[in-house]
Design a protein. Structure first.
Length: 428
């Protein structure tokens, strides 16, 4: 096939400019690998005259991305604007309605509207590809939909937000408190315009919900993701976890249980010697477990111009080669609604609390844990110079319900200063 595949790119920020660079600089390589030329015919962005470090003068310009999506000279609509609704969603819907395939990096849009968009695309005989929406340059979507298609997936885990991983590893390496490293990350441009999307776990939760849909054959259910950000993690937590042989990560975990689909994106402790424990800086990692393959680990850059544009082009090249897959690995109309389940899988937990430095205070805490059926594996009390004593407890495996019952009872004690911090210790 020698007919060119014609792209219309909506959004010319970091990733969009990166895609333009690849298409312009690697034209011969792309044509040889796809068996046909891959070209850009039209583009759209908020500002036309902005210096993006790449020449776009050769392409038709559309102020309105919806108009771009409807153009007769566009075969694939490449949506790189972002946002769960608004122009991104309207333009994607228009592209499908006008017979275009879609490649997107928009995890928020798919997390909130993925089922409806997938059904619309498949009814129209079109495809939606979204490798760039999850973990940047790591081909985790392709791994789940293609490479591991013969497996029953048992668990998916990952560090899927490079900003959070940067903050946590920087706190540990530099011995700096959260507020200082948060500001440093902001100055470096690592944070979203709304930082809670990063540090609140929302961005990573979007990604996890998409992987869960592929892994377990369910409709995307972002509302079912248990979310907790890293804002309460202190430098003391970082140091004390390290003292016990653990690292703290914002970890996404999803698995199907007898009670339904567990999805959580929360700070967890992982063994420092594990692949996740050794993950530094802004790097992402996805751990996939299946009944045949057992466990595989994918590691790589989770954001940035080159890695994310690379993922976009991987999807474009599949379309150019004629590879057509259902959006979430199975026909969208056959995906079952995800029955959300609260995490019930037992695990050990890390507890940090400050107690009045007086006789009997610790005994009251341990009594409450025992009454709730929570047994203690290890316990340490750290040196202090004030009237409160910092105490660290690592429990044996217990359920979150039992732990929550203990924490609720502790809140009524007169010896506890502030709310305890409870972090799950994940088996990797």
């Amino acid at each position: 096939m020698t007919t060119p595949l014609r792209l219309g790119i909506a959004g010319l920020g970091t990733v969009g400019a990166g895609v333009v660079k690849i298409v312009r600089q690697k034209a011969n390589l792309l044509a040889n690998r796809a068996g046909r030329p891959v070209v850009i015919t039209a583009v759209s962005a908020r500002t036309r005259d902005k210096d993006r470090g790449v020449n776009i003068a050769d392409y038709a310009w559309e102020d309105d991305p919806v108009a771009l999506a409807k153009r007769d000279d566009v075969d694939v609509f490449v949506e790189l604007m972002g946002g769960s609704d608004g122009p991104a969603k309207a333009a994607t819907e228009a592209a499908i309605a006008h017979g275009k395939d879609v490649v997107t990096a928009n995890k928020a849009m798919l997390a909130h509207h993925g089922q409806a968009l997938a059904e619309a695309a498949e009814t129209a005989g079109r495809v939606i590809r979204f490798e760039a929406a999850v973990a940047g340059g790591i081909p985790v979507v392709k791994a789940l939909t293609e490479g591991l298609a013969g497996n029953d997936i048992t668990r998916v885990m990952g560090v899927m937000n490079g900003t959070c991983n940067y903050i946590l590893t920087r706190m540990q390496s530099a011995g700096l408190p959260y507020a200082d490293v948060f500001e440093e990350a902001n100055q470096l441009g690592y944070l979203e315009a709304d930082p809670t999307l990063d540090v609140g776990g929302i961005d990573a939760g979007h990604k996890l919900s998409l992987l869960a849909s592929i892994a377990f054959g369910t409709q995307v259910n972002f509302a079912g993701v248990e979310l907790e950000g890293i804002e309460r993690v202190t430098i003391d937590d970082i140091r004390q976890a390290a003292d016990m042989g653990y690292r703290i990560k914002l970890l996404g975990v999803c698995q199907m249980t007898g009670r339904g689909l567990e999805q959580r994106m929360t700070p967890c402790l992982v063994p420092e010697t594990s692949p996740l424990g050794q993950l530094e800086g802004g790097t992402n990692m996805c751990v996939l477990e299946g009944d045949c393959v057992e466990q595989i680990v994918l590691r790589g850059p989770g954001a940035g111009e080159g890695p994310t544009a690379s993922a976009v082009m991987g999807d474009v090249m599949d379309i150019a080669r004629g590879i057509r897959l259902s959006t979430f690995g199975q026909p969208a109309a056959g995906l079952s609604p995800a029955k959300p389940a609260k995490v019930v899988t037992p695990a050990p937990y890390y507890l940090r609390m400050a107690l009045d430095d007086k006789p009997g205070a610790l005994a009251k805490v341990t009594t409450i844990l025992g009454e709730a059926g929570v047994s203690i594996d290890r316990m340490r009390q750290y040196q202090h110079a004030e009237t409160t004593a910092p105490v660290l407890i690592v429990t044996h495996k217990t359920t979150r319900d039992a732990l929550d019952a203990a924490l609720s009872a502790m809140s009524r004690l007169d010896v506890l200063k502030g709310d305890p911090v409870a972090l799950r210790i994940e088996t990797v």
